[in-house]
Ligand binder design. Structure first.
Ligand code: 5GP
Length: 193
């Protein structure tokens, strides 16, 4: 079992069959030791890959993205969420259904922060159905930049986001992949990688 799987077992709470709460170290309080280990492991898995910028989505991807960007010494761009985006003139805009909030959000990045030809590593805390990551993929494509990979802390393998993104040809790395979780027994089973 790796460090993140162990942390999920000790500090994670299975809220229901679909939601794992990790507020104690990732989504509310941030454990910087775990954050550094997640960032180190993502960097190790993308060894040899050139990265110009890290792209994430507000809010919970930012902590991982900043820790990782500090190691690469590159900027972080975070896509902003908004129910409406009035003008699309100076923005790349896409849409994502929020798995946790059950709402459709417009997601945008202002044009000066992503450029054609840049090598972009997409980062987030979770992949569930892949909507958030997919909205970032669309934004990078609009900018004419290259997606060099997608790195996440926790993939919920019982949902199809990771599978869908890999089938599209993206290099996806998830530090912990959950196979199943049981709310009654509060047990989590991980996929061996
Ligand atoms: P997706 O767009 O892949 O369906 O969902 C990914 C987003 O939803 C992540 O950015 C994350 O914030 C949130 N999310 C999805 N599943 C979970 C979960 O089980 N626990 C928590 N804390 N967040 C989740």
């Amino acid at each position: 079992m790796n460090f993140l799987e162990e942390k999920i077992i000790t500090d994670g709470k299975i809220f229901n069959e679909n939601i794992l709460k990790v507020d104690g170290f990732l989504n509310h309080q941030i454990d910087m030791d775990i954050m550094r280990q997640i960032a180190c492991e993502i960097k190790r898995r993308f060894k040899g890959v050139h990265v110009d910028k890290i792209l994430t989505i507000e809010a919970s991807g930012i902590a991982i993205a900043v820790t990782l960007a500090n190691m690469y010494d590159v900027p972080v761009v975070f896509a902003k969420k908004s129910a409406t985006v009035n003008s699309t003139d100076d923005k790349y805009v896409s849409e994502a259904y929020s798995f946790t909030r059950k709402t459709m959000n417009k997601v945008f990045v202002s044009k000066p922060y992503l450029h054609e030809g840049e090598d972009i590593l997409i980062v987030d805390d979770f992949i569930a159905d892949g909507q958030a990551a997919n909205s970032l993929v669309e934004i990078v494509k609009q900018a004419g930049a290259n997606i060099v990979g997608i790195g996440v802390a926790i993939e919920k393998g019982q949902q199809n986001g990771g599978k869908m993104l890999r089938e599209k040809g993206f290099h996806v790395e998830s530090i912990a992949i959950i196979d199943t979780m049981n709310v009654e027994t509060q047990t989590v089973f991980f996929r061996r990688q």
